[in-house]
Design a protein around this ligand. Structure first.
Ligand SMILES: [Zn+2]
Length: 81
């Protein structure tokens, strides 16, 4: 059983039931820091390029999937317009 990295209590689900800390804390990598740095100055969402390409290739599918709640790694397409 995993332990909470915040309060050291056992965690059975995705979040600690005592303090709310996520059970799987993301590892901070070089790409994460680079993405946060670029986002700080540009405010461009992290999946903007992927969403833009998908909107060019299959716009109706992207909007339909996003409306149905199946984002599949894309941002909501409405800010692109
Ligand atoms: Zn906790």
């Amino acid at each position: 059983m995993a332990q909470c990295k915040n309060c050291d209590r056992p965690v059975q689900e995705s979040f600690c039931s005592y303090c709310g800390q996520p059970a799987d804390v993301a590892h901070i990598s070089f790409y994460f820091v680079l993405g946060e740095f670029l986002h700080f100055f540009t405010h461009i969402p992290d999946r903007f390029l992927f969403t833009s390409v998908r909107m060019l290739v299959a716009p109706s599918t992207t909007v339909r999937d996003s409306s149905a709640g199946n984002a599949d790694g894309t941002n909501p397409p409405s800010p692109i317009f």
